[in-house]
Design a protein around this ligand. Sequence first.
Ligand code: EAX
Length: 319
Amino acid sequence: MFRRLLCAAALATTLALPAAAETVIKAGHGTTTGHPTHFALVRFAELVSEKTNGDVKVEVYPDRQLGEEREMVEGLQFGSVDMAVVSTGPLLAFAPEIGIVDLPFLFRDSPHVYATLDGDVGKDLLGKFDTRGIHGLAWWENGWRHLTAKKEISKPEDLTGLKLRTMQNPVHMAAFEKLGASPVPMVWGEVFTSLGQGVIDAQENPITVIYVNSLWEVQSHLMLTGHVYGPHVALFSKMKWDSLTPEQQAAVSEAAAEATGFQREKAAELEKDYLAKLKEKGMTVVEIDTTSFRDALRDLAASQQNIDPALLEKIQSVQ
Ligand code: EAX
């Protein structure tokens, strides 16, 4: 009798259903492993694994391994990329309404940014992606964008005729044209070489992006303009999202929300550290009175067809 029981138990084990097939999420971003977004995605992956008891695994692909930012977003629509964390550069092509966050000098400070993006304004904007095959997950942080060049720029006149690389973002292009520069829209992967070859003279990005991409080697001056707050939007393929169980969707959403707070703290910590390092690398760092830039851009919003005046007023009134 005992032998028969043992055999039955052994048979049952071999016939036991294999563990549920692991779900894999391929997540890409366009900057290096030293950027706060990479730390956030690694933390997000840990949280997703914990919250799904290992059933869902996030694979992180930095450095544009899954393509330039726009290619990654297209990949979300086709299903070749499951998650991408990107700047707003390419996003206006997918959800024009997002352009409002690109307005220079829109946000007063980081608390104003977080109160806006973590409230119904941010949730509504993320919802704009739903009809475009994309699920908006969270507002992570690229950082406050500053100007770099091969000379000091302290007023708009200093930008006259300067070939300034912008993201492929009509709001940024219009802003720098208004300031007197010649905007050159360009994917991020070409910027370092183009600066080195003199194809472009200047660019603008957060301190973390400037440092982790060694821009001190091709730009001598960093002007702390903080002219735009740059989000890194965490986006999910709708195809992939719909293939998850409700429990897995809840786990992914919770993990993204927890990683948001982690990422913003990491961004602030790294920005301080990297600014000191840029000075050590010999960059001339200039504090800028941005009044003349703000004055020159006063009527920019009215000139942009995708900017909803009511939403602009709502954002400006957020406390
Ligand atoms: O996402 O294109 C840009 O200037 C972005 O800030 C950069 O790729 C990091």
